[in-house]
Write a protein that binds this ligand. Structure first.
Ligand code: VGL
Ligand code: ZN
Length: 201
């Protein structure tokens, strides 16, 4: 059993990020069994769930003529445009059916505001609107975070870097993550996480 000050943060293991999903991450489903096994060791387990309204501003389909994976300027900075994914209430937004959701103590939904995306479990992409997870963890005395899930180079990366900035001791277990990896995004994410003081296993 892990110490009471350690939490497991499981990022976005949802159907749309698994093979067959709208924004499928290669081998995204292959981490589920290992994540379930890890949950048994933790006293605080948080799941995140990407949870977008229809017509979300991060969808290429919301911008006339825009291509998937192109970049646009949003008031909070550059934003990658994605295929429609993780629409509230859809099957794609559900957790992978084998994920042990019953073990979770807290589920954080993110990306539910139309005009702003949210990769991180802690802040939306403006880096200032909080999800509340920081307070939840600190009020429970959590100091160390182990992060796993999808995708390494986006939501895991942003969550890990924000966690480190907020003063948590953050480790990412890359064997229980899978990446989107386009245009050098995985290498950049690894470098950014290391620079922020995140331990990469
Ligand atoms: C994610 C892109 C868009 C992720 C979520 O979970 O990494 N990536 N929304
Ligand atoms: Zn999303």
């Amino acid at each position: 059993m892990r110490a009471a000050n350690e939490a497991l943060i499981v990022i976005d293991i949802q159907n749309d990020f698994c093979p067959g999903g709208a924004l499928a991450v290669n081998e995204g489903d292959q981490i589920v069994a290992g994540v379930n096994a890890l949950m048994a060791e933790f006293q605080t387990i948080v799941l995140t769930q990407d949870w977008h309204p229809r017509g979300h501003s991060s969808f290429a389909s919301s911008h006339e003529g825009a291509e998937i994976l192109s970049l646009i300027d949003m008031p909070y900075g550059p934003q990658v445009l994605w295929p429609d994914h993780c629409i509230q209430g859809s099957n794609g937004a559900e957790f992978h059916s084998d994920l042990n959701v019953n073990a979770a103590h807290m589920i954080v939904r993110k990306g539910f505001r139309s005009q702003i995306d949210s990769y991180s479990a802690f802040f939306e992409n403006d880096h200032s609107t909080p999800t509340g997870l920081d307070g939840y963890l600190k009020s429970r005395g959590v100091e160390k975070l182990l992060m796993v899930g999808l995708a390494t180079d986006f939501c895991v990366n942003f969550s890990a870097v924000d966690g480190a900035k907020l003063g948590f001791d953050v480790t990412v277990d890359q064997s229980l993550c899978r990446a989107i990896d386009f245009d050098g995004s995985l290498d950049a994410a690894r470098a950014g996480m290391s620079q922020a003081g995140v331990t990469l296993l």
